[in-house]
Design a protein around this ligand. Sequence first.
Ligand SMILES: [Zn+2]
Length: 320
Amino acid sequence: MNRYQTIPKHLRYTITDFNRQFPDDAACLEHLKEQRFPGGIAHCEKCNQDRKHYRINGRPVYSCDHCGTQISPMAGTIFEHSSTSLRLWYYAMYLMASTRCGISAKQIQRETGVTYKTAWRMFRQIRSLLSESEMQLEGSAVEIDETYVGGKRKNRHGSRGMRGRDNDEKTPVFGMVERGGKGRVLAYVTPDAKAATLFPIIEEKILPNSIVYSDEYSTYDKLATPANGYDHRRIKHAQKIYVMGDVHTQTIEGFWSLVKNGIKGVYHNVGRHYLQTYLNEYSFRYNRRFDTQPMFLSFLQQVEKRDAVVRQTESVPEPF
Ligand SMILES: [Zn+2]
């Protein structure tokens, strides 16, 4: 992977672009309204039909042109009940979309002056929009691999005194990436790397009769049985063979490096409890690296997800 690849011109979205498109809260609200209620047309509860809605001066709501009932484009989104300005939310999303490795709450705290707690919660909320749990892998070939992320020490069963210490042990993560095509990845925090844990995920996400590339880890033995219909091809890492023709797992390993370097460089460490949301963030960007629109616009399209709102009472970990 080339770290220094330049972004094609039509995919660039600079801070100048951001300031021009979103100069203030009103511009962000208007954008949100257009995305959720194009042309201001929305269902009015009272009229019980679709009506045109108009902005009410000085308030973040729109009003039915027939009966005056008000609707808020922020209702049901991560912005609802937030005392942070809408433009700051947009800016945080812009920052998150503009890097490959992520951005820490500390960084946005320094840049914008919001408290660390606020910054951390904003990022947590934004990450909650980026889950792709419904996604199905396509294509005829998929690489799979397991790895361990975070923690200060390797996950050793029965290690004394470390049980339940969220940040001290490495967390098992399982990943699958499409070979060719869109080259999309799915990555999951799992309780362990046993066959009983990984196979339901494999069978749910990888099409029957696909070619599946893995290393020689014994968990994957079962993939060879015809019941799955998979054409299983393995590379023998233990014998220091990493590529044999097209038999390798270097695509998924490249993704692991991106995640691990990112977490180490930007976040320093991520607790097990939150790791899935960081995986979602890395996967989301990775899965859109060939998109024909700027990443920031892909982020904005997620704000309609209504089920993503995270409780604001959640405790915030100490900054590093
Ligand atoms: Zn109405």
